[in-house]
Design a protein around this ligand. Structure first.
Ligand SMILES: Cc1ncc(COP(=O)(O)O)c(C=O)c1O
Length: 418
């Protein structure tokens, strides 16, 4: 048996698949590994209790459960959920949208896979069309999603050094070229892995650039507002017909129900629903069922702002304090934590690469992700790629504090020539 080129490239991808295998193996060999590597959201008892109660309501409500497990939804997503979300977004932000602007997918990961390959790849004339990532580091999960090889092209950021060992990436508009082969621009905001939140000015400029070039701007809002609202700045949410907004129920605490949401112009939503029908028939309905009441009542917004955001903000603040005291006197920088569930650490001129640091930390029972994986599409070699790591602070404080102490120890050893 031989796989097709699609089968080969999707089953033997070097980066992410191998890394995930490595992380999984490390965990199965050593159950007490300190897992600061994954992207799993934290366990928030108050939120879990709310969804548990909602599940009881579903079970008790006449034939609601039987319909949930027994009916296919339309390929665009469950109608009541789509209508409730359109009403919430127009009420909350004044966006001119209706149910025809929303599609529900099996996770936003599958939404980006479908959209990237609908927009980029080979066109009818055989020419290559690409997705531009205007600011890397960017989400590792995009890296291998192109059916066509080399589907991403990317830009280095500019770096603003801030007080207190912080720094912030910005889109480097001076070097951002939108070549003729670019068919969409994509950014996550808040950004996985850095916790960056693009400024309103940057987003406005990207929207204008995208419009000028007649391509959509894909804004990945998996951590953003109005839910789960893991965003610590006052960034203005943006949607108009030039924007494709991706949302997700995962970081609300529901990664297991696999629900992503796409908000876009009606022609894009119709096309996406068609692709979804071909690939999945339709989307699983559990996420919609668990949240539709909260979307109708607006509780999803209050829960996000009053429970979810403070939960992560407190964890981020604590982790930053632990890093600062553990690495005092050494050359380190933390990307200003503005949202998402990660800290991005930069060790300028570290004598070892982040890949070696990852191995050393794994041997000492701590899992992080080395930074070089987060530059999909960036062709040039840039030493900075090998000087950064991503760690997740959503785990318990004991795990995070212990993990940070070991990371600091290894980083100091490396700087000291060990
Ligand atoms: C920026 C970003 N986008 C999309 C996803 C995919 O989320 P899901 O498929 O669970 O909705 C993630 C998951 O970690 C993410 O960090």
């Amino acid at each position: 048996m031989e796989f097709s080129s699609f089968g080969k490239s999707f089953s033997s991808k070097a980066g992410i698949v191998q890394l995930m295998d490595d992380l999984g193996n490390a965990l199965s060999v050593n159950k007490s590994m300190l897992m600061l590597g994954g992207g799993n959201p934290g366990q928030i008892p108050q939120v879990q209790a709310r969804f548990r109660r909602r599940m009881y309501d579903i079970l008790e409500e006449s034939d609601r459960f039987e319909r949930l497990i027994g009916d296919y939804d339309p390929p665009q997503g469950e109608s009541r959920f789509v209508e409730a979300l359109a009403a919430l977004l127009s009420r909350e932000f004044g966006w001119p949208l209706g149910p025809g602007n929303i599609a529900v997918t099996n996770g936003s990961q599958s939404a980006s896979f479908m959209l990237f390959n609908m927009l980029a790849g080979r066109d009818d004339a055989g020419a290559a069309r690409r997705i531009l990532l205007p600011l890397t580091p960017e989400y590792i999960g995009y890296a291998d999603q192109g059916i066509m090889a080399d589907m991403f092209t990317a830009n280095r950021p500019s770096i603003e050094l801030l007080d207190d060992n912080l720094f912030k990436y910005h889109v480097d508009f001076d070097s951002l070229n939108i070549e003729d082969d670019v068919s969409a621009i994509c950014v996550s905001r808040p950004t996985n892995p850095t916790g960056n939140v693009l400024t309103d000015e940057e987003v406005t400029k990207l929207v204008a650039l995208a419009r000028r070039h007649g391509v959509p701007l894909i804004l990945d809002n998996a951590y953003g507002t109005p839910f789960p609202h893991i965003i610590f700045t006052d960034a203005t949410p943006v949607w108009n017909e030039d924007v494709i907004l991706l949302m997700s129920l995962s970081k609300l605490g529901l990664p297991g129900v696999r629900t992503g949401i796409v908000i876009a112009s009606e022609p894009i939503i119709r096309a996406l629903a068609g692709v979804n029908a071909i690939v999945n028939l339709t989307t699983g309905g559990f996420g919609a069922a668990l949240t539709v009441d909260m979307i109708e009542s607006g509780e999803i917004i209050s829960m996000s702002k009053e429970v979810i955001r403070p939960f992560y903000q407190e964890k981020a603040d604590k982790a930053v304090d632990w890093i600062r005291s553990a690495l005092a006197g050494y050359d380190f920088r933390i990307h200003r934590p503005e949202g998402a569930i990660f800290l991005w650490l930069w060790f300028p001129n570290l004598p070892i690469t982040s890949a070696v640091l990852y191995q050393r930390l794994k041997e000492r029972g701590v899992l992080i992700i080395p930074g070089h994986f987060f530059f999909p599409g960036l062709r040039e070699d840039w030493p900075h790629r090998h000087e950064c790591i991503r760690l997740t602070y959503s785990q318990s404080p004991q795990v995070v504090e212990k993990g940070i102490a070991i990371i600091a120890d290894e980083v100091k050893r490396a700087y000291d020539g060990g």
